[in-house]
Design a protein around this ligand. Sequence first.
Ligand code: FES
Length: 203
Amino acid sequence: MSKEESVETAPAKPATPPPKPAAAKAAAAPASSKTAVPRRSLLSWVTLAWVAFTASMLASLTATARFMFPNVLFEPPPTFKAGFPNEIQIGQVDERFKQRFAVWLVRSAFDEWGMGSGIYALSTVCTHLGCTPNWLEAEQKFKCPCHGSGYYKTGVNFEGPTPRPLERYAIALADDGQILVDKSRKFQAEKGEWTNPAAFLKL
Ligand code: FES
């Protein structure tokens, strides 16, 4: 056998040595972390689903509660008792019922509508755009803070943009002698309704 032939038949060396055990372990590590990530993400999806489910249950429970107990506007009754006539002095504008019932009670020695002396119930709603005027004792007038409309004690307008007097409510004496105001019945001066006996409590 020649020298050249022996070189040709010698076993070829592998291009890269086989991986050592430690290197093989390192190579296997990413594979195990690849399986851990989906499990964690699955858990977070389940949590999210539960949160969404709980939120939707709470929302539907709230809706049911609102249906069972709807928002109700508790307004004062249209008819109310306002004490005894002698609790109001002649010439006084009684403001005790302004806040709760939006009513002034006025006791006059005489009424320019020919009704004599007595008490009438004035609405506290400005007939311009609905603000609440103030009673100015020193000036003996109602003055609206919104646009300056002014009303005499009778409720008749005399200044500002309002086109008409304040309105009056039905007033009478109850069986127990107290003043009874009925806000479901209104009387307007411009319609000639202030001369209606129900609009004035004669004393
Ligand atoms: Fe009273 Fe306009 S609302 S003056």
